[in-house]
Design a protein around this ligand. Structure first.
Ligand code: PLP
Length: 392
């Protein structure tokens, strides 16, 4: 019997207790090899990449070789990659650029997008009066492709902004299908690919997205650094104004050691991708099998059987658990899990994603996201802890 199988999830070290981490969709731990690259770079490569002297040139080499590494991983040309402070800034830059510079005034998105897209589009709408259309979703939260086509028929010059994988449910879009519809009608396709870069082989040529974004801290790299990919030949004026860095696309001195760490992290993900995927698929299968056995009333939110990212599971626990106490109790038991996206937590408004899927506000919903360091024993401990939430 799994229940009460493991009382303590904590790993004990000499200094502190380390909880078991099942929140990889919020962020991932920094890989030690990435940390080593960054530490070397921080110590040795302190020139400003825009300086023309030897130290500046050395920093420039780090930035440009990182760009090439990232471009190679995504099968795009290096001049399509622009460094930013992360996924949020990259989404803001692209969406504002589509409005300001590419003169697009109709945007099609979904109610389940990340706030980095939704809040930006609402902001452009409020300030500039763009038309904003929401594509219909089915009861699993998957995009209704017929409705998307109908919207494109009426608005062929739209910008379609649909995230590749949802950060709360793991739902995937049919990226190839969306891009071919966009091509057919002449729309632009932007995808928030923050949750998939580093997890799948992302061949941008094949996926045919016009714009995509990445964030290093989601793939075992540092926080506060990311990039945008712009395959379109038309360039934007900078969203962050400044000294003309990033070929005038993003002002501000480049985060040299963050960029070096991000490139190393992505390169490592490319190398271990198949094994990583196999591992999380195994963990997820184990979790589903065990939780269905010990908590038969458990429900899965989103499309958890197909068209989904194996790293993320969103569940609603059967009745009898105090929703408000769910996270604190799991935290006290030594587990890092979450109830929505990390960005929305603290806002006390519940999850807009689950709302869009018709999940009740009162549901005790939990997001579990797996990563490299998780083991089968940890998954068993997690299931036991969930069972222990219920009175005997
Ligand atoms: N988009 C998605 C889908 C995310 O999950 C996140 C991170 O939570 C972001 C954008 C924001 O990325 P960043 O934390 O780099 O700003």
């Amino acid at each position: 019997m799994l229940a009460h199988h493991l009382h303590y999830a904590y790993f004990w070290t000499m200094e502190k207790q380390i909880p078991l981490y099942f929140d990889h969709a919020a962020t991932t731990p920094l890989d030690p090899e990435v940390q080593a690259v960054m530490a070397d770079c921080m110590r040795d490569v302190y020139g400003n990449p825009s300086s023309l002297h030897a130290m500046g040139r050395e920093a420039r080499v780090v930035v440009e070789s990182s760009r090439r590494t990232i471009a190679r991983a995504l099968n795009v040309s290096p001049d399509s990659v622009f460094f930013t402070s992360g996924g949020t800034e990259a989404n803001n830059s692209i969406l504002w650029g589509c409005f300001h510079d590419l003169k697009r005034s109709v945007f099609i998105t979904a109610a389940t997008e990340h706030p980095a897209v939704l809040a930006t589009l609402e902001d452009i709408k409020q300030k500039e009066g763009i038309q904003l259309h929401f594509v219909r979703l089915n009861n699993l939260g998957l995009v209704d492709m017929d409705h998307l086509e109908a919207l494109l028929e009426s608005h062929p010059e739209a910008v379609v902004s649909l995230m590749h994988a949802n950060n709360e449910t793991g739902n995937l879009i049919q990226a190839r299908g969306v891009s071919s519809l966009c091509r057919q009608y002449g729309a632009l396709f932007h995808s928030d690919t923050v949750q998939t870069i580093g997890k799948f082989r992302m061949d941008m040529e094949m996926l045919d997205m016009d714009f995509a974004v990445g964030s290093a801290h989601k793939f075992y790299g540092p926080k506060g650094v990311g990039f945008m990919v712009m395959r379109s030949h038309e360039k934007f004026s900078a969203f962050v104004k400044g000294g003309g860095q990033e070929r005038k696309m993003r002002g501000g001195t480049e985060n040299v050691y963050g960029i070096a760490g991000m490139a190393k992290a992505l390169q490592m993900c490319q190398e271990t991708m198949d094994a990583d995927l196999q591992q999380v698929e195994g963990l997820r299968e184990t979790f589903i099998r065990l939780i269905e056995k010990v908590l038969p009333g458990v429900e899965f939110n989103g499309s958890h059987q197909k068209q989904c990212l194996p790293h993320i599971l969103n569940i609603t626990l059967p009745g009898g658990v105090d929703k408000e106490m769910l996270l604190p109790r799991m935290d006290m038991a030594g587990f890092c899990v979450s109830t929505g996206s990390a960005c929305a937590s603290g806002s006390n408004r519940g999850s807009h994603v689950l709302r869009a899927l018709g999940v009740s506000e009162d549901a005790a919903a939990l997001r579990i996201s797996f990563g490299r360091s998780n083991t089968k024993a940890q998954v068993e401990a997690l299931v036991s802890a969930l069972v222990n939430l219920y009175p005997n």
